[in-house]
Design a protein around this ligand. Structure first.
Ligand SMILES: NC(=O)c1ccc[n+]([C@@H]2O[C@H](COP(=O)([O-])OP(=O)(O)OC[C@H]3O[C@@H](n4cnc5c(N)ncnc54)[C@H](O)[C@@H]3O)[C@@H](O)[C@H]2O)c1
Length: 291
């Protein structure tokens, strides 16, 4: 089956990025959210991204115009998935919410299409069980920022069919991404390592071992990571990081217990770049303000 139309559900940090690479790859893309405001802010951010890409000669002006011909937004999930060829779910990492959204997609989307989830940690077997097509469900895990990160991690559930994996690989390839196949286990490869390192950095910050800047600098310059774990946490979203850790703590045990300081930041609404403040302050128009 030729795939032309992709529906991305959830227009947050990840969904908007996925919609951008999807539209850029020429797919007719519908970005769905419950919040009209999120959809508006996604379009503004993506216009800025496309403008920057043109200015840096990464894409042509025509390609930038084409993105916004291919990209549409909607707050009506049921209608948006009715005639789609492929769905990527990117709502927050909460099982009850994913269950509700996947059940809705399953009821209204054509029965032959694949439903992929951008989950960072949750079992694709469990996600598949929320639908009547578990053979057509898998995790398709993109990375942040989606337009820059090359990888898509594909995770099969118990019932996921080979055709489903083939379809996801083909779509990821058309979006210019490399893929790896990972066996199902909480946190897959990347989220498990990233959550562990990010949580440890929060414990260090809480223990007063070094300043946030010095923890990040040590990891970047000493261990050759492209970003420090605390600035990465701010980029990922501290609420998303905490949700991942809670799931890994529940499934893999004590070593993933979330740092109390991280919980405190989330309670305070310091969620990272998306709210203007996390470990660092971004209130100056999204720019990082060093303290
Ligand atoms: N943030 C990251 O760096 C990152 C990286 C890889 C994977 N992920 C995964 O991607 C998923 C989304 O994470 P995010 O960081 O983009 O979250 P986010 O909180 O930034 O965005 C989620 C969006 O989903 C919307 N939403 C909530 N309920 C909805 C519903 N019923 N229908 C449609 N939209 C709904 C919200 O309004 C919000 O805009 C999660 O599973 C997360 O684990 C995140």
């Amino acid at each position: 089956m030729t795939i032309n139309k992709i529906t991305v559900v959830g227009a947050g940090v990840m969904g908007r990025g996925i919609a951008y690479v999807s539209a850029l790859a020429g797919f007719h893309t519908t970005l769905v959210d419950v919040s009209q405001e999120q959809l508006k802010s996604a379009l503004t951010e993506l216009k800025g991204l496309a403008d920057k890409a043109v200015a840096r000669n990464k894409i042509t002006e025509d390609a930038a115009v084409a993105i916004f011909h291919q990209l549409h937004t909607s707050i009506e999930l049921e209608a948006a998935v009715q005639a789609t060829d492929f769905v990527i779910e990117a709502v927050p990492e909460k099982r009850d919410l994913k269950k509700h959204v996947l059940e809705t997609i399953d009821t209204h989307a054509p029965s032959h299409i694949v439903i992929a989830s951008n989950t960072s940690t949750i079992s694709p077997t469990e996600l598949g069980s929320y639908t009547k097509r578990p053979d057509q469900v898998a995790a398709m895990h993109f990375f942040n920022p989606v337009h820059r990160m090359q990888l898509v991690e594909i995770v099969k559930g118990l019932e996921t069919g080979e055709e489903t994996v083939k379809t996801i690989k083909e779509i990821a390839g058309r979006m210019g991404k490399e893929t790896v196949e990972v066996k199902e286990f909480p946190g897959f490869v990347t989220s498990r390592i990233s959550a562990m390192v990010g949580n440890e950095a929060f414990y260090m910050l809480q223990e007063g071992i070094a300043s946030a800047e010095d923890i990040d600098k040590a990891i970047k310059l000493g261990l050759n990571y492209p970003m420090g774990p605390l600035e990465l946490g701010d980029l990922v979203g501290l609420d998303t990081r905490l949700n991942n850790l809670k799931y890994l703590h529940e499934t893999l045990g004590e070593k993933f217990r979330p740092a109390p300081l991280l919980e405190q930041y989330v309670k305070a609404g310091r969620l990272g770049r998306k709210t203007g403040r996390g470990v660092y302050d971004y209130s100056n128009d999204g720019e990082l303000i060093k303290k």
